[in-house]
Design a protein around this ligand. Sequence first.
Ligand SMILES: [Zn+2]
Length: 156
Amino acid sequence: MILILADWRFRVDVEATRIRTTQNASDHCECAYCKNYYDTVEMAHPKLRPFLAEFGVQIAGPSELMPFEPTLMLACYRVQGQILEWGETELFVGGVPIVPEAEDDDTFLLWVGELEVPWVQEERPEDVVSPANLPEFMDRMREMWSLRHGQEILFS
Ligand SMILES: [Zn+2]
């Protein structure tokens, strides 16, 4: 189906996207950072789930989930389809930026965030053991941040 958002036009295979992101949702990282995102994102950003659902995307099924900080996340959702027309309008859903990116002929990405979520896990965020704590991941996060903001991130 064709989805139009402002001056953007997408062709989306909703069913294939639903299947793919449902698989992701049943097989996602269980570290406390990711768990915290799944526990809180719908409550903190109620407009996000219905928005993603238009693409067939399950909110609990990102391809990648990246914590800049434990409560400041960037989520990447993979959609089966194509960006037919690149808009100039910056897309936001409930204040959260949505940045589409072509991946290959059959898929594109929706970068969601950054978005803030409250921390609701029992363990303290600084005690979390996660792939997201590995130095190479942190390097990647700094790189993503400077790509998105043109500046270095200062991790607290
Ligand atoms: Zn995780």
